[in-house]
Design a protein around this ligand. Structure first.
Ligand code: 9MR
Ligand code: 9MR
Length: 565
């Protein structure tokens, strides 16, 4: 009788729900200590499940949770959690009464493989040098944008460098799917990689990315960060210390390979945000590069003096906000509120010099600390203060308090959310918002030793890799359903079907649905508004700042799991 009932149920299921069985989880693979949750449609709530190893033996059993709504996607889910299963291996999750199973993979090398690819993507994005086959395989390409004849735009003209003056500003990384180079976004991206090196020196030192600098005695993460730092140095006007906001053509070029871009390139106006972000990043780099004096002789000192002259320019020009000139159409990165940039720059300069002048400028009074992104940078100063427990104990203490305030608010969201995820906002680049939340959790863990923050950080990686209502793993090449049509000129034009691996797609957002046409988006729920199409720059572009937060999250967590600081 039971068998007959069972057959009838299975037949009914086949008739009523002919579509694939819906489950969402980390598609690439878990670490032994990861939180492990497979999300299921609400009809599976309260069901028994078990995990079997590849010999068919049951290794763990449990019951799925009750179903809950997630307002951001308009979906209802329950989940099977099996975080206690820590032994590396391949498993099948079997739900009572269901024919289908879910494959689960646990492997201690998963996050290093993923994290290294996230950082390697910067090599692929290098400007002014050929990307060579021995490092890039099929994604090798000729040199694009020598940037040795860059024009001073009218908005950037000065006495010593009038409009039309030619300067040289080679190197660095392409910002995103376009070929611009933008200081504000470069700063947070480069800082994040430098901070990874500062936070986990032993771990990062051992990373080999197979890039031209590998084996030179410095960490490859640092080597890669220095590529962009060196370009940033060329964006400072040596005559006054001010820093140009960006280097780009007047408009975006077509979807062509870098070496096929015919447009002239300009540096566009100096801004206080760019100059302060530059000062902060250069000051931070002084501390991280100094131990590698023999590999990079003189570079650390050069960065610090560049930071100091940038600060001096900012004091004289405290509120020059970027305003896009009428004849320029590329990315704006315009930030109307720059007191957080002041805090960040003062903090990094103080930590590198110990000088009173900078110390006095580090005031917590009027700061509202939040999850960092390119326009909100004061929390980056907190991160640095937390790494230096000697220089100013009361500042480190205050930083800890401010950081935990953000982390605990996020943790409450994590605990109560149907998808067990902290994210509640879906701006352009929402996946990076999430990765930056994960970074906050990592810092909270380092501060308190409380493992609950590690779980919340790991859940961010789970979401990024497929435990989300869209069921996409958003890192190209990592997972079973990954973006194939990212908004990236190289990926579009290189004639290779698979996109460059290790790129984090921006992720769902309602912010600019006009890019593909509002009607073409599948949903008006923010967490569902995503299109794996080239037209969708608002949800499917890639960017150096997004990859940076993801790199820190994945490799930082790996370092902690391996306990190699
Ligand atoms: O390719 C550009 C991308 O990098 C930017 O993020 C985006 C928003 O500024 O713009 C993209 O360029 C598009 C332009 O704005 C409008 N015409 C089509 C361009 C390519 O899709
Ligand atoms: O990441 C940026 C996002 O926060 C903004 O809302 C958006 C529109 O101004 O611009 C994004 O940055 C793009 C930049 O302007 C040009 N290069 C591509 C960047 C990622 O889409």
């Amino acid at each position: 009788m039971r068998t007959i009932n069972h057959i009838i149920i299975v037949l009914m299921a086949l008739v009523i729900i002919p579509s694939a069985w819906a489950q969402q989880q980390n598609q690439f693979g878990y670490m032994p200590k990861s939180v492990k949750r497979v999300f299921l449609t609400p009809d599976h709530a309260g069901q028994s499940f078990q995990l079997q190893n590849n010999k068919g033996d049951e290794v763990l059993s449990g019951t799925t949770t009750v179903a809950k709504d997630w307002p951001h996607s308009g979906t209802t889910v329950c989940y099977a959690e099996f975080s206690e299963l820590t032994a590396p291996g391949e498993y099948e999750l079997i739900l009572e009464g269901s024919k289908e199973t879910v494959s689960v993979s646990i492997n201690a090398d998963n996050y290093s493989e993923l994290g290294n690819a996230l950082v390697k993507s910067y090599y692929m994005a290098r400007v002014s040098e050929p990307v060579k086959e021995q490092y890039a395989g099929i994604y090798a390409r000729p040199l694009g944008h020598a940037d040795d004849k860059v024009i001073i735009h009218a908005s950037a003209a000065s006495k010593e460098r009038p409009e039309g003056t030619i300067i040289s500003s080679p190197g660095g990384w392409y910002d995103a799917g376009d070929y611009g180079k933008y200081i504000v976004n470069s700063a947070i991206s480069t800082y994040t990689l430098l901070h990874l090196c500062e936070s986990f020196p032993k771990y990062t030192q051992a990373i080999n990315l197979n890039i031209p600098e590998s084996g030179n005695g410095a960490s490859d993460v640092l080597n890669e960060a220095i590529i962009n730092l060196k370009w940033m140095l060329t964006m400072q006007d040596p005559n006054d210390g001010g820093v140009y906001h960006k280097l780009s053509s007047k408009r975006f070029c077509g979807m062509v390979m870098p070496h096929k871009d015919p447009l002239e390139r300009y540096v566009v106006m100096k801004s206080t945000a760019a100059t302060l972000d530059f000062a902060a990043t250069m000051a931070k780099s002084y501390r991280v590069i100094k131990p590698f004096e023999s590999v990079y002789p003189g570079l650390a000192d050069k960065c610090l003096s560049a930071a100091e002259s940038a600060w001096q320019w900012s004091l004289k020009n405290p509120a020059v906000l970027y305003k896009q000139p009428g004849d320029i159409q590329t990315g704006q990165y315009d930030d109307k509120k720059i007191d957080d940039e002041w805090f960040w720059a003062a903090t990094e300069l103080f930590l590198s010099t110990g000088q009173k002048e900078y110390r006095q400028a580090v005031s917590f009074e009027e700061q509202r600390f939040s999850v960092p992104q390119w326009a909100r940078v004061n929390t980056l100063g907190l991160y640095s203060l937390l790494n230096d427990t000697e220089k100013a104990k009361e500042l480190t203490k205050k930083s800890g308090k401010a950081l935990l305030k953000i982390a605990d608010k996020l943790y409450r969201d994590y605990e109560t959310s149907a998808y067990r995820i902290s994210i509640t906002k879906f701006p352009w680049g929402s996946n990076s918002e999430l990765a930056n939340e994960g970074m906050v959790f990592i810092h909270a863990y380092q501060l308190t030793g409380n493992e609950k923050y590690l779980h919340a950080a790991d859940a961010c990686i789970g979401y990024m890799l497929g435990a989300n209502p869209l069921g996409y793993s958003f890192v190209t090449g990592f997972g079973t359903k990954t973006p194939m049509h990212v908004h990236d000129r190289r990926c579009k034009a290189d004639g290779i079907e698979a996109p460059i691996p290790g790129l984090l797609a921006g992720g769902p957002s309602l912010q600019a649905q006009q890019d593909c046409g509002k009607d073409n988006y599948p949903s008006s729920y923010p967490a569902m508004s995503y299109l794996d199409e080239t037209c969708s720059y608002s949800t499917n572009e890639i960017a150096i700042n997004w990859n940076a937060s993801a790199s820190f999250l994945v490799l930082g967590l790996d370092a902690i799991y391996r306990s190699e600081k």
